[in-house]
Ligand binder design. Structure first.
Ligand SMILES: Cc1ncc(COP(=O)(O)O)c(C=O)c1O
Length: 375
C-alpha cells in the first residue's frame, strides 16, 4: 500500500482507495491531515528551511513550554528530530547527571529504535550485549519492579500510558514509582513522545498528576513535522559537558510548526481535549458493550483519545498478559479485515483519534469494526 494523499482523517492510496485513518501519522497528527496550521508552516519554507543558527520560533516554543506546560522545569529544552533521539539525549543527560550508567525500562514499553531499547523486539540483531547490559527490563504495572529499581541506576524511563497496553488505571503505580525513584535517588524520565499533548495539554503527567525529573516529547509537538524534545528540572538540565547537537535539530520548519501547535493548544482553537477524550471513550464503551453482548473474545482498552483492541475478554495487567492471552497474529489478521472494509490500522495496533474524527466518523468506524467482527 502506497499513500498518495492524506486529508482530514482519510488516506487515499495510489490505487484510488480511501480509508479512514486510525493512526494519524503514528499519533503525530492530532488536528487532521492537511490542516490550517500545516498550510501556515508552508510560509516558513520561503524564509528558509535550515539555518543551523538558533531561530526565533525556538525561543517562542521554549517560552510556551515553560509558561503553560511545565512551569517547574527549566525554560530551555533540548530539541532534536525524533522521539528516539529525544530519549537518547534524555538517558545521556541522566547518566551525566548521576554519574551512573544503568537505565531501567519497562517490559512492553517502546522508546524508539535505539540500541538498548530493542532487546525484546523480533528484529534485535546488531546490538552488542554490552549495550543491552546497561539496561534493566522491569515488569510493568507490577509491584515487583520496585525491588529491581536500585540506587546504582541513573534513571528509569517509562511511558505514562504504554502503547502496547494503553490504560488509565496506572495512577497509583506511577505515584509509587515516583516515590521509589525519589527514595533511591534514581531519576524518573517520562517518555511522553506518544502521550504528550495527546492525552491532555500537559500529557500523562497531568492526567495522572505525577511529575518526572526529565520528560521527552515528539510526535504531536511537531505538528506533522519531525521533532523530539527533552525538558528537565533546572538542576538536571544544567549538567555540563553533555552533547546534544545535530544539523536539523531545532530547524525552523519544525519549530514554527511546534509554536503553532502550542498556540492552538493554549487557545483551544483547533484542539479541544474534551472532544478527543469523548471520541476515545465512546469508541471503547460502545465496542466493549458489543463485544460482551456478542460474546467476542475482544476488549478495547485505552486512555483518552488513545485506544487499542486486544483479542481477549480477560483482564490484562500488562503486555506480558496480552502476549499470554492473545492468539498469535490476531491483531494483524483483524487489521487486514478492516482494511478491506475501508479502515487503516497501523502495524502497532493503536487507534489515535484526531479532531477530524467527528462523532459521525467515530460512529461509522464503530459500525465497521462490528461488521469486521462478523465477517
Ligand atoms: C512512547 C514512544 N517513545 C518513543 C518513540 C520513538 O519516536 P520516533 O519514532 O519519533 O523516533 C515512540 C514512537 O512510536 C513512542 O511511541
Amino acid at each position: 500500500m502506497e499513500i498518495k494523499n492524506a486529508n482530514k482523517c482519510y488516506l487515499t492510496d495510489t490505487q484510488g482507495n480511501t480509508y479512514i485513518d486510525t493512526t494519524m501519522g503514528s499519533g503525530a497528527q492530532i488536528i487532521g491531515h492537511n490542516n490550517p496550521l500545516i498550510r501556515e508552516v508552508a510560509e516558513q519554507i520561503k524564509k528558509g528551511t535550515i539555518y543551523t543558527i538558533p531561530n526565533h520560533h525556538t525561543r517562542k516554543v521554549n517560552s510556551y513550554l515553560k509558561e503553560y506546560i511545565n512551569p517547574d522545569f527549566d525554560e530551555k529544552y533540548i530539541f532534536c528530530n525524533s522521539g528516539t533521539e529525544a530519549n537518547m539525549r534524555a538517558i545521556r543527560l541522566a547518566r551525566a547527571n548521576t554519574g551512573r550508567n544503568l537505565i531501567g525500562r519497562f517490559h512492553g514499553g517502546w522508546h524508539g529504535g535505539l540500541d538498548g531499547f530493542i532487546e525484546e523486539h523480533p528484529n534485535n540483531r546488531g546490538v552488542p550485549p554490552e549495550t543491552n547490559n546497561l539496561f534493566r527490563i522491569l515488569p510493568y504495572n507490577d509491584e515487583q519492579c520496585f525491588d529491581m529499581i536500585t540506587a546504582d541506576m541513573a534513571a528509569v524511563i517509562i511511558e505514562t500510558a504504554q502503547g502496547s497496553n494503553p490504560r488509565s488505571d496506572v495512577k497509583k503505580f506511577l505515584e509509587k514509582l515516583r516515590e521509589h525513584c525519589t527514595r533511591t535517588g534514581v531519576l524518573l524520565v517520562f517518555d511522553e513522545v506518544m502521550t504528550g499533548f495527546r492525552l491532555s495539554a500537559r500529557g500523562g503527567a497531568e492526567i495522572f498528576d505525577v511529575r518526572p525529573d526529565i520528560v521527552t516529547y515528539g510526535k504531536v509537538l511537531g505538528g506533522g513535522f519531525p521533532i523530539g524534545a527533552v525538558g528537565a528540572k533546572p538542576e538536571i538540565i544544567k549538567t555540563r559537558g553533555v552533547f546534544y547537537g545535530g544539523t536539523f535539530s531545532a530547524n525552523p520548519l519544525s519549530m514554527y510548526a511546534a509554536s503553532l501547535i502550542l498556540e492552538t493548544i493554549i487557545d483551544k482553537k483547533h484542539i479541544q481535549y474534551d472532544k478527543l477524550t469523548h471520541a476515545g471513550e465512546t469508541f471503547r464503551s460502545e465496542l466493549n458493550k458489543f463485544f460482551v453482548e456478542q460474546d467476542k473474545k475482544m476488549t478495547v482498552i485505552g486512555c483518552g483519545p488513545l485506544s487499542r483492541i486486544v483479542f481477549t475478554d480477560k483482564f490484562i495487567r500488562n503486555r506480558k498478559d496480552r502476549d499470554n492471552f492473545e492468539p498469535e497474529n490476531a491483531q494483524e489478521a483483524f487489521s487486514i479485515k478492516l482494511k478491506k472494509l475501508g479502515v487503516f490500522v497501523n502495524g502497532n495496533g493503536l487507534y489515535h483519534f484526531s479532531m477530524s474524527h467527528t462523532p459521525e466518523i467515530v460512529e461509522e468506524l464503530i459500525n465497521i469494526i462490528k461488521l469486521g467482527c462478523d465477517s
